[in-house]
Design a protein around this ligand. Structure first.
Ligand code: NAP
Length: 333
């Protein structure tokens, strides 16, 4: 692939970004594979719909994303969206829009399927739903399980060696859990998918990933879609910067994510926003604007997995689950 190196960034770790001859912004995994830097997440789409209407809308959104140049799709077994990803991808390939090799497809192992011997059957189920022979990336979706994480990771290494997942990685791990796991692995994770946006900068995990040759990918790069969350794109600082740089607030948040050292995984149900969210490669935020976004307060984690807590254990508190506080004092850490 002919490439051209691009730009800087000023976050807690440098994401090495490049552009190919078609203008696709990408970074490289520790496997050598190309990871497109702006993905399309299918975890948050169409919550307002159900059944066939949801499935149809999802497939349309994926099509819009790929036809607009997106080459990276993030799904998971627990989202229930693998069949729609499979249908949309099959249609796009059949119509000659894209080849399978040009796409980067991620899916994830849910924590109820942890354990070395459970990984392969879980991935085979996902592959059947996706109607694919392999995924580009398979992630351990969460570490919230009583099965020792290194045992599950052995199963991940096996499916990677078998070629069912071109790369393997993790999501929602803490520094403590990484400290336990990494000395025991034969194959290092290629990706760590974590919550990252200006309201939860996650500097320590991003620094850790870069220091260990792991690419951090940002979920909730726009602050997340749930109604109970403050809409980050309506934040005054975000809006003012958007006006100043003549971009929309969502684009400012995504550009911040890239400069913060992460691949970004936004979701939208809106065709114009799906296209616009890909237009964050050819401009950058000034150091001043980047810093202003870093100072957004409070620093509060939005995804908590509260349903995992139980007085009977094994996770009795958020501290047990995440090994850290869910809220931090504002300011650069
Ligand atoms: N690993 C994990 O545990 C985990 C957890 C959560 C999510 N994820 C992944 O991360 C992906 C993203 O998460 P998410 O969808 O919840 O959060 P998100 O992408 O941060 O936010 C989506 C919300 O942003 C709005 N939006 C999109 N573009 C916009 C723009 N340019 N300006 C203003 N608003 C905009 C969308 O509304 P419209 O649809 O109206 O545009 C939607 O309400 C998921 O799809 C999933 O793949 C992973």
């Amino acid at each position: 692939m002919a490439t051209q190196s691009t730009e800087q960034n000023s976050g807690p770790g440098k994401l090495s970004l490049h552009k190919d001859e078609k203008g696709l912004l990408y970074t490289k995994l520790n496997t050598g594979a190309v990871l497109p830097a702006i993905g399309y997440g299918v975890g948050g789409v169409s919550w307002s719909r159900s059944g066939d209407a949801k499935a149809k809308k999802l497939e349309e959104c994926i099509e819009v994303a790929v036809r607009s140049g997106c080459r990276h799709i993030d799904t998971a077994a627990i989202y229930g969206t693998e069949p729609q990803v499979g249908n949309a991808v099959a249609k796009l390939i059949k119509e000659g829009v894209v080849t399978r090799e040009e796409l980067f497809i991620t899916t994830k192992l849910w924590h109820e399927r942890h354990g070395r011997e459970n990984v392969r059957p879980a991935l085979l189920e996902s592959l059947a739903k996706l109607n694919m022979d392999y995924v580009d990336l398979y992630l351990v979706h969460t570490p919230f399980s009583t099965v020792p994480l290194h045992e599950t990771w052995e199963g991940m290494e096996e499916i990677h060696m078998e070629g069912l997942a071109k790369a393997i990685g993790i999501s929602n791990f803490s520094l403590k859990k990484l400290g336990d796991l990494l000395p025991r692995v034969s194959i290092r994770p290629a990706v760590h998918q974590i919550e990252v946006h200006p309201g939860w900068r996650n500097d320590d995990l991003i620094s850790h990933a870069h220091a260990n040759g792991i690419v951090p990918t940002a979920y909730f790069p726009l602050g997340g879609a749930r109604p109970e969350f403050e809409k980050l794109w309506e934040n005054e600082t975000v809006k003012q910067i958007a006006q100043k740089v003549s971009k929309n607030p969502g684009q400012v948040l995504l550009r911040w994510g890239l400069q913060h050292g992460c691949v970004v995984l936004p979701t939208s149900e809106n065709p114009e926003r799906i296209k616009g969210n890909l237009d964050v490669a050819d401009w950058s935020l000034s150091e001043e604007d980047y810093d202003a976004l870093c100072r957004i307060s409070p620093q509060k984690k939005r995804i908590t997995f509260q349903n995992m807590l139980s007085d009977n254990g094994p996770f009795k508190s958020f501290d047990d689950l995440w090994d850290e506080k869910l809220e931090k004092v504002n300011g650069r850490m």
